[in-house]
Ligand binder design. Structure first.
Ligand code: SAH
Length: 397
């Protein structure tokens, strides 16, 4: 078995259960472990620290699984970790008004590299590390037994695959294939989810509670849903009495599914819906030029800072978006603004909003601070698991 020796100066965070061994923390690699193999992580004096999966091609060269030397990291171990994680979702699984939520959230659920989302009777699995990728079929079989789901598909796409030396793959792992278009229920609303070709894991489950929070402010409002994807916020808004929604997204297919989602839930005569299929930065400027104003604006952009080196430019983009949105709000209008960039802190995001308000010549009250849903828990020993930050603000001028 491969052994990874850690520099004395870098041992402490690992002992405190931070699950990442960065390549700079390693003093020696013994026995040439294979990519994705189980390794023993030890101090320079050979004292046991933890078991972990080795990632040969990544800066994060080991993800720690267990700090218990007597643990055997076998399928039984994974089965019991997955079962514990699923049990922690009881607050969601016992709700009759929803059937889609995250079952396993990687490091935060003590299984680094494994993400599993439930969409009605089907599961979507992402293996983020080479170690998990090797055993994904066995994990999928166990998941079928643990949940009674009909099928598990993998959705392994995105740049992280290459950093782990893995190729992209979207296919069935266990059970039966889901239908092309699956209906899910969230907070009593119906949504169509395309499990294999939708973005990320098909639906933004992390915003569930935030969509409900925004419902408290939308009664009789005109709503602008920027980066609307398949209309999650719009459906909640119309459901809570909004008069109209205007959805902006660069993806034509996402907007189309959004229109279907609105129709699945509401009589088309009961609300006004319009779409702008274009880059949000230019769409907001077009709206300002046309002097169209809104009561409530939602800004939920994709991850603008995917890595630390992108933070400076991303902060500029967040400021620009928020400044344009503030200009488009009627007096006392509500801005619900989000950042899902883990590399940007809550303070940085709030400061950016302050600059945006100053430059659009308004004041703002923060009414609520929001974060990711309870099925995307934040593990205290792993601060990197916090990524979603949001503010509901009243814009005052
Ligand atoms: N609010 C959505 C999730 C948004 S995800 C929900 O709760 O379901 C981000 C969305 O931004 C995606 O739909 C993507 O197509 C869109 N997008 C990415 N870049 C864009 C751009 N420059 N202009 C407009 N939309 C963009």
């Amino acid at each position: 078995m491969g052994i990874i020796k850690i520099k004395n100066s870098r041992v402490k965070p690992l002992m405190l259960h931070h699950p990442w061994v960065m390549s700079g923390a390693v003093s020696e690699i013994v026995n040439k472990p294979e990519n994705g193999s189980l390794v023993k992580v030890v101090t320079e004096n050979d004292e046991f620290i933890a078991w972990g999966f080795f990632s040969k091609h990544s800066q994060i060269c080991v993800r720690l699984l267990s700090w218990n030397a007597s643990d055997a990291i076998d399928m039984e171990w994974f089965s019991s970790r997955m079962s514990e994680s699923i049990k922690r979702r009881l607050a969601l699984s016992s709700r009759s008004d929803l059937n889609a939520y995250r079952l396993i959230y990687s490091e935060a659920d003590f299984i680094p590299g494994l993400i599993v989302d439930k969409y009605s009777d089907y599961l979507v699995l992402q293996s983020v590390t080479a170690g998990i990728d090797k055993i994904k079929r066995d994990l999928a079989d166990i998941l079928l037994q643990l949940t009674g789901a009909c099928g598990v598909v993998e959705k392994n796409i995105g740049p992280f695959r290459a950093t782990e030396g893995l190729s992209e793959s979207s296919t069935l792992l266990a059970g039966t294939n889901p239908p092309d278009c699956l209906d899910i229920i969230e907070s009593g609303f119906r949504f169509q989810v395309d499990m294999l070709s939708g973005q990320k894991t098909s639906f933004y489950l992390d915003q569930r509670a935030n969509k409900s929070r925004i419902s408290h402010y939308v009664s009789d409002c005109s709503v602008l849903d920027v980066f609307s994807y398949t209309g999650g916020f719009s459906v909640y808004a119309i459901g809570a009495g909004a008069r109209s929604v205007c959805r902006i997204d660069i993806s034509e297919s996402a907007l189309k599914t959004g229109t279907q989602n609105l129709r699945l839930n509401f009589d088309p005569l009961s609300f006004q819906d319009s779409i702008m299929c274009q880059d949000a930065f230019s769409a907001l400027r077009d709206l300002i030029r046309s002097k169209v104003y809104f009561d409530l604006i939602i800004l939920d952009p994709p991850k603008l800072a995917p890595r630390r080196s992108a933070v400076k430019n991303a902060l500029r983009a967040y400021k620009d978006l928020n400044m344009q949105a503030m200009k488009l709000l009627k007096p006392d209008g509500i801005l619900a603004t989000f950042s899902c960039s883990g590399a940007i802190s809550l303070d940085q995001f709030r400061d950016t909003l302050m600059w945006a308000a100053a430059d659009s010549k308004c004041e703002a009250h923060i009414l609520e601070m929001l974060t990711q849903g309870i099925d995307h828990p934040v593990r205290l020993s792993f601060p990197e698991s916090i990524y979603l930050k949001g503010f509901i603000c009243r814009i005052i001028r």
